[in-house]
Design a protein around this ligand. Structure first.
Ligand code: ES4
Ligand code: ZN
Length: 326
């Protein structure tokens, strides 16, 4: 069997996905039209041509601009439903997805509108497509602690729907320590914590995420390789890293997929997983991410199977559910 068919056929889990990053240009134009909002670009092609990034910040500027057209509950529903249908075709069985409440509440959209639209689609996805899910509310680290606290307060009313909290957006200059108290309160309230760390930022930020935010997974974590003591810690405790190969390529975290550290990390006994991050912006969903590294790094089917098993292992599914896949 070809490597393509093998990747397509194997049941997969996605653990690092920003729902706002699944906003395909075609849907963006459709929603902008019905909401009477003008997009800076006049055609889908023109918009897609703007997707050329030299770093994380250049991407974030376009990503936040795109999210501006999302106004009504059904916009958030359509965004999520369209993502679920896409990954259903790719044999994705379980998703743990981020949403960024502040991206929307800061422009006057209510927390309820955002989460209800997303959640209803996830419920429909479970019922109609058989995709199980967890939802993670992510704080924007370029904003202040007070704003994160306010967001946490808003999330408390939806505790039943939200499994965890995360930390994303502009990493350099916004260390995990900035959110130590918000995360402590989040844990007190029963949320699991994760954080983006070591994507562009230093290994020190990964230490902080572990020691100050008590995270159960590190999102990205590429830069851990700069610090062998950190690698030891992550390997010994089997803290999962949610890697995003195409994202790393598009944001110039790596210059070529052939240089992607995933195999080096597996060799160091790190619990690494493959994810798509912001697939509408980075040119691929789950299968494209797996295929990208499989080809660039000449991965065997055994290595791909191991990566897939890692994802189910690192997921927040109960053991009885995990066992179906590992
Ligand atoms: C993100 Cl790739 C990445 N890094 C940090 N924050 C983000 N938000 C959406 N995508
Ligand atoms: Zn991310």
């Amino acid at each position: 069997m070809s490597i393509e068919k093998f990747i397509e056929g194997i049941p997969k889990a996605e653990l690092h996905l920003h729902i706002e990053g699944t906003f395909e240009p075609e849907l963006m134009f459709e929603i902008a039209k019905r909401n009477n909002i003008k997009i800076k670009y006049s055609t889908v092609t023109e918009l897609k041509n703007a997707y050329k990034f030299n770093n994380l910040q250049e991407f974030l500027d376009i990503y936040y601009a795109g999210a501006n057209v999302l106004i009504h509950e059904n916009d958030f529903y359509d965004l999520t439903w369209s993502y679920l249908n896409k990954v259903h075709e790719q044999n994705v069985k379980h998703v743990e997805i981020f949403f960024d409440p502040q991206t929307h509440t800061d422009r006057g959209i209510s927390f309820d509108t955002v989460i209800t639209g997303i959640y209803k689609a996830l419920e429909d996805g479970k019922e109609k497509l058989g995709i199980t899910f967890r939802l993670i509310m992510s704080f924007l680290r370029h904003l202040d602690e007070a704003s994160a606290f306010k967001t946490l307060e808003q999330g408390l009313a939806y505790k039943k729907w939200i499994s965890g909290v995360g930390l994303d957006s502009s990493e350099i200059g916004n260390p995990p320590s900035k959110f130590e108290r918000v995360f402590a309160k989040s844990i007190e309230e029963g949320f699991i914590t994760v954080a983006h760390a070591g994507e562009e930022g230093p290994a020190e930020y990964i230490w902080e995420a572990l020691d100050l935010l008590n995270v159960k997974r590190i999102d990205h974590g590429n830069r851990c390789l700069d610090d062998h003591k950190l690698v030891d810690r992550l390997a010994t405790q089997q803290i999962p890293l949610t890697l995003c190969p195409l994202s790393n390529l598009e944001l110039k975290v790596v210059t070529d997929l052939k240089d992607h550290p995933i195999v080096k990390m597996m060799d160091k006994n790190l619990l690494v997983t493959v994810n798509s991050d912001d697939p509408a912006y980075f040119g691929g969903y789950m299968n494209e991410n797996y295929l990208g590294i499989a080809k660039a790094l000449n991965l065997s089917k055994r290595q791909i199977t191991e990566l897939v098993k890692n994802s189910f292992n690192a997921s927040w599914l109960p053991d009885t559910e995990k066992e179906k896949y590992i």
